[in-house]
Design a protein around this ligand. Structure first.
Ligand SMILES: [Zn+2]
Length: 440
């Protein structure tokens, strides 16, 4: 077989030349205090130097961008994203809509996305787009986040795509090797037939054998424990049925298992029982070219009424509260928390998971759980990069890509200020905010 070597560090076309961003408050993503009156020097898309203007000065000939009064932070990394097209609106080809979803993320300051699971109908398109981006070819080399991808989830449920034996699971994971999946997504539905410890263990072991990490969809503590004990790397949703016990927290710590809470995912299950106020928020409306169809469906009073009486929908309120409680416990215990929203997952089935907008709601929910704004921002930047193995981004430090969000207000005083976006840069290149307006 013939393999093309695809450089993963050069995922976006960097801006040529030298740029000096001056007079900004810089939140560098490490969790350290903000630097006031700072200068960031960017050379060919990468950060050369960051520091107080007294010690870092713009070299002669640099393009100077004066950010007086602004706050700069690393671009958001969504550790649990999706980009699946809405088949109820448009039949394949899928790529245009996937591109539009990516570009929408970028207009909201999300500069890297890890898609945790494609669908059968779009997996090939997803990997194609990722590979084209890394080869620096095609429509998502600018104005789109860096795209990282896992393939179809590894399922354990009975059925044609489920895995019944350890060998089945190994073969399913091996399928991802030639695709060069950036992560392996496992999916436990919570039904008793799913709980096959040796099959789950084989999937995780096979992934690790090929140098790939694993993230698992769970709802219940029992399932999380099973996966943690079998070596899973990331729990991709909150535990939503009960408090996480001390022994499980200790085991997560010992094994270095991270959590992606996806609180906004649970909120999205019930919030549309009424017409939400944010449907009129200009920041939300920025994504309308992608959101429109779902907004129309969710604005139907009959649908809202059904949600008010649907038991599963209502139970999601309890699940969200439980997830919030568990997030705070895990954060306090020092477990790595990576921000992820589960946005854009199968839009014709899971309505209202807005690519771009919901990452900001997730940050707000993380703060409502008791995390500080700095902890939430760190989860969405450096910790997300570390947990999801996304190199070269996540902090504003020398040697990293200049993926940054310029804000008109300070998110450390109010996390909602992440929505005060002035501009977004990926690899030092300013994102064209109209780029996502496109094809619908
Ligand atoms: Zn998901």
């Amino acid at each position: 077989m013939f393999f093309v070597v695809i450089p993963t560090t050069d995922a976006q076309t960097p801006a040529p030349g030298v740029i000096a961003f001056t007079n900004a408050r810089v939140i560098d993503g490490t969790g350290g205090p903000a630097i006031e009156q700072a200068t960031i020097i960017v050379r060919n898309g990468k950060i050369d130097a960051v520091g107080p203007s007294a010690s870092v000065t713009a070299p002669a000939g640099a393009m100077v961008v004066n950010l007086s009064g602004k706050t700069v932070m690393p671009g958001l990394i969504n550790s649990h994203a999706h980009i699946d097209p809405d088949l109820s609106v448009k039949q394949p080809p899928n790529r245009d809509e996937m591109i539009q979803r990516l570009k929408t993320y970028a207009t909201y300051g999300v500069t890297s996305v890890m898609t945790l699971g494609f669908e059968t109908y779009d997996e090939a398109d997803g990997f194609y787009l990722r590979d084209m981006q890394r080869l620096n070819i095609g429509p998502i080399v600018t104005d789109a986040p860096r795209l990282y991808a896992s393939g179809r989830p590894i399922l354990f449920r009975p059925g044609p795509t489920g895995n019944e034996t350890p060998d089945d699971a190994r073969i399913d994971v091996q399928r991802h090797v030639p695709l060069r999946a950036d992560y392996i997504k496992l999916h436990l539905d919570g039904v008793p037939a799913d709980l096959k410890p040796d099959v789950i263990a084989a999937a995780i072991d096979e992934a690790h054998k090929h140098g790939m990490q694993t993230a698992i969809h769970i709802v219940y503590l029992r399932d999380a424990k099973l996966a943690i004990e079998r070596g899973v790397d990331v729990i991709a949703h909150s535990v939503r049925d009960m408090d996480i016990d001390a022994a499980t927290i200790a085991e997560m710590k010992r094994r270095n298992v991270a959590l992606i809470p996806t609180l906004v995912r649970d909120r999205s299950v019930f919030i549309y029982e009424n017409l939400p106020d944010f449907f009129k928020d200009p920041f939300f409306l920025r994504g309308l070219p992608v959101y429109k169809h779902e907004v129309d469906l969710l604005s139907d009073p009959a649908r809202q009424q059904r949600m008010r009486t649907d038991a599963a929908t209502q139970d999601s309120k309890r699940q969200l509260a439980q997830g919030i409680k568990n997030l705070k416990m895990l954060s306090d215990a020092g477990i790595a928390i990576a921000m992820g929203s589960d946005s854009s997952s199968i839009p014709d089935r899971n309505l209202g998971r807005w690519a771009g907008y919901n990452e900001h709601i997730e940050l707000e929910l993380m703060v409502s759980a008791g995390l500080t704004p700095m902890q939430a921002l760190t989860a969405a930047t450096s910790t997300a990069a570390r947990v999801m193995k996304i190199d070269g981004v996540g902090t504003l430090q020398a040697g990293k890509w200049a993926d940054l969000v310029v804000l008109n207000a300070n998110p450390l005083t109010d996390i909602k200020n992440t929505r005060q976006i002035d501009s977004v840069y990926i690899g030092g290149r300013k994102v064209n905010m109209a780029a996502a307006g496109g094809t619908n």
